[in-house]
Design a protein around this ligand. Structure first.
Ligand code: IMP
Ligand code: MG
Length: 179
């Protein structure tokens, strides 16, 4: 393979775009006659959110939040700190959290509870990738793009040490690159 960091391409850009189209129309049905607020968790969700909203046909707004969870390079710890908070109030709003990947689920569980505590009317989670077998926190996404095996993936927003977010596809990082 031309790229020496890549073990395998999991999803091509075309596959991702097609799946986002399906997710977008599913969300458009669920939120018909509503005005959902889509919250992207920085930074990994940006390419996914940008693609997804092109396929949503109902009125909607977007906002971003940056939470950091302390951990080593490849896993999160559940100690979540808000680095950048929302601009728009969530009180009474129907929220869709857009996330790049759910791994242990710890980050998402904290964010979902926070939004409900702030008075959100409803909170659903849409994620591009789901590493189901790694789940530790009691949380599931309402809508999942692709369920993937327990491998470290990069691209389409997903990073390793802030690198590779710009890849237009999703690939598996070679183990020798992070071990
Ligand atoms: P969780 O709290 O363990 O679910 O952590 C989710 C976050 O960990 C994601 O938003 C990513 O930032 C990061 N993450 C988990 N797995 C991967 C991966 O395979 N590649 C890149 N980032 C990952
Ligand atoms: Mg993330």
């Amino acid at each position: 393979m031309a790229q020496d960091f890549l073990k395998q391409v999991l999803y091509t850009n075309e596959q991702i775009v097609n799946r986002c189209e399906e997710l977008g129309s599913e969300l458009s049905k669920i939120y018909e006659d509503k005005n959902p607020l889509i919250i992207g968790l920085l930074k990994g969700s940006v390419p996914f959110l940008a693609e997804l909203i092109k396929h949503i046909t109902v009125d909607m707004e977007i906002d971003f939040m940056d939470v950091s969870s302390y951990g080593d390079g490849t896993t999160s710890s559940g100690n979540v700190k808000i680095v950048k908070d929302l601009d728009i109030s969530v009180t009474g709003r129907d929220i869709i959290i857009a996330e790049d990947i759910i791994d242990t689920g710890r980050t998402l569980k904290v964010v979902k509870e926070l939004l409900l505590n702030r008075g959100a009317a409803s909170v659903k989670v849409v994620c591009l990738l789901d590493k189901k077998e790694r789940r530790e926190a009691l949380i599931e996404a309402d809508i999942v793009g692709f369920t993937i095996p327990n491998e470290f993936v990069i691209g389409f927003g997903l990073d390793y040490a802030q690198k590779y977010r710009n890849l237009p596809y999703i690939g598996v990082l070679k183990e020798e690159c992070y071990k």
